[in-house]
Design a protein around this ligand. Sequence first.
Ligand code: NDP
Length: 445
Amino acid sequence: MSNYVDEVIELVIKQNPGEPEFHQAVKEVLNSLRPVIDANEEKFRRDALLERIVNPERQIKFRVPWVDDKGQVQVNSGYRIQFNSSIGPYKGGIRLHPSVNFSIIKFLGFEQVFKNSLTGLPIGGGKGGSDFDPKGKSDREVMAFCQSFMTELCKHIGADTDVPAGDIGTGAREIGYMFGQYKRIRNLYEGVLTGKGLSYGGSLARTEATGYGLLYIVEELLKCKGDSLVGKTAVVSGAGNVAIYAIEKAQQLGAKVVTCSDSTGWVYDPDGIDVAALKEIKEVKRARLTEYKNYRPNSEYHEGRGVWTIKCDIALPCATQNELNLDDAKALVANGTKVVAEGANMPTTLEATEYLQSQGVTFLPGKASNAGGVATSALEMSQNSERLSWSFAEVDAKLKDIMVNLFHNIDNAAKKYGFEGNYVVGANIAGFEKVVDAMTAQGIV
Ligand code: NDP
């Protein structure tokens, strides 16, 4: 086994001090790529391929001054990492959260390169954000921040350059304010952001895309094993965008979903979650899950965590990072769970993932299984470019095709390198190979 991977990991740590999340992401990806890197070492070393792939093409940090409702000037930091444009314009969300720094944005940007590659669509990888916290701010304050943020960001993005989207803290309201300011300054009505409202260039089915895509890939996985979702019991965590539409599609495809959760508690409904009730509680009333019992007297509400203790065939973590740990994995295995597919980004800890795989549980990593969201954002870009809007059915059919192809792509990549059924390795290799191919074709840039 060559030392190339270890040398590059060491270099990343040296060149990016104090960025643990970024180090971690590089280690996880490069370690799982060892089979393909070892097989191509001479060529990759000559082209400094790994040194280039771990270095963002461009990283921008800027001041974001804005005035709060008391007349006080506030100053936040804005970030955009344009990581890799070998297969298309940079694409990746804008995260607005107090924890945002270069390490977080770089880790997310690095992962995004491979996720976007896996969709099969022409999108490169990027990520951005700010340490601004929209929670508790007035609409006017959020608008003031978004306008100031975009006043600088607009110099670096464009429909053919870099197309940001929403992420934690950046929803329809923030995207609207940012789009308005971009248009005003650049005098360009173009698809520079995705996740837009339907009245100004958004795509039908984008709201449903991540949850639906998750179930389309699980369905294909089961189909290849001669099985299906019909009659299966599933547990879901979360009660946000990804969770709601994952539950909806799972039930449409014949499974019974018996749990959901939010940051304070979780629901067990032995008769299957009532999606209409869940949507009303979360999307309309923006209330807590304690309300669910009013709609379904047979259900149970519990404070704290507990979703993973319920017996199920399929587990779908759709809430947040590191929400499924080793103890949870042990509980799932003891209950006979056969498939864990990530709807959220990095919800399963590394130890839990390794344990599940060692016990024969089929594990689909978020990089592959939640890629339906960014894929549908790329479809929004296509619609904007041709100045047309596709029907819900058209977008949904394309999303399904993308997820089915993505599954076979990662399955074949895993088999090709002797890791059949290991979709973590398969996803990293399949994403990486396309990026390497494009980078090699474009010369030393
Ligand atoms: P939302 O904010 O809509 O929903 C998140 C849900 O998770 C909420 O129900 C929230 O509860 C719950 N939650 C948050 N933190 C915790 C916690 N510590 N413990 C238990 N529950 C928690 O986000 P999304 O559904 O959009 O995103 C969920 C995940 O999916 C994130 O990891 C995101 O990065 C990822 N993702 C999302 C995509 C998308 O298109 N939306 C695309 C790809 C990935 P509460 O309401 O109480 O805070």
